[in-house]
Design a protein around this ligand. Sequence first.
Ligand SMILES: Nc1nc2c(ncn2[C@@H]2O[C@H](COP(=O)(O)OP(=O)(O)OP(=O)(O)O)[C@@H](O)[C@H]2O)c(=O)[nH]1
Ligand SMILES: [Mg+2]
Length: 323
Amino acid sequence: MSFFSKLKKSLSKTQEAFVEKIEQVFLGVPKIDEDLFDDLEEILITADLGVQTSDDLLETLRQKVREDKLHTGDQVIEALKEEMAKLLGDEIVPLNIEEGRLNIILVVGVNGVGKTTLVGKLANRYQAEGYKVLVAAADTFRAAAIEQLEIWCERAGVDMIKHQAGADPAAVVFDTIQAGKARGTDVILIDTAGRLHNKGHLMDEMNKIYRVIKREVEDAPHETLLVLDATTGQNAVLQAKAFDEVSNVTALALTKLDGTAKGGIVIAISQQMDIPVKLVGLGEGIDDLRDFDPSVFVAALFDRNQVEEQEEQEEEKDQDFYF
Ligand SMILES: Nc1nc2c(ncn2[C@@H]2O[C@H](COP(=O)(O)OP(=O)(O)OP(=O)(O)O)[C@@H](O)[C@H]2O)c(=O)[nH]1
Ligand SMILES: [Mg+2]
């Protein structure tokens, strides 16, 4: 399935809760008034864009209605789509991986957001792309965390370095980096224990991992990837802000976008954080990970064709190509 179809399918609940409602309010409306903006505000806030992002979007739209003399509801929908695309930017920002060096990616986040799953998916992706991958089982805290990661590594066909449960995670990271250097590894992925930004003990542990990485590889970690669960809506924005204060987060991954109506959170996060959303999780499977492509995101969100229809068209296109 193409990225567009996959994303569109994942965003179907968000589309119902968001785009369909906007269309109900605006489509075919011949004249724009303030009541319509009140309705729009409510829809944006319920779709988890949050008060700040919603207000900013509404302000820009009001201005556009005045200055560009928009008259119809359809024009407002078009303008909203453009503004959302502007907020998200149009670039895919890939993870900072370079050939010819030992790349280290540290994966962090609160409990249950999808860190281990993401490490598994990334391991699989880089392995398939021909990189030598090594995974560090640095969540020694939660019961069965090491076994869970081991299963992912077996699926991806990559090696994992582990210690016993309860061991010092910084020591696991140290050993992994030593092994990586000895084996000529390209990418090290570090899975860590779920932690709350306000839990002093776990944050200290995090700082220790950081120090070990920095001591062993000067310009590492090349990414500190904060994983956020899209289904938690506005809470994800709060987590991003809190982690950003205590650690040097360089990239965001938004998981569980499939099946949630809260996909609008991507827009809120992009507007309120300076850190780019680089990855999106679209399911529990090993292939359900994509680079975040903002323009495809907006297009998929507003697209009203059925996924099946699109797939047929894509198949036809493929056939045209061969015949
Ligand atoms: N639907 C869906 N489920 C996901 C996605 N990513 C992860 N999950 C599920 O979320 C649950 C938690 O995933 P984990 O990877 O164990 O999360 P974690 O952050 O490592 O959890 P802790 O180590 O306990 O902090 C699992 O049931 C995953 O299958 C996703 O993109 N979509
Ligand atoms: Mg985990």
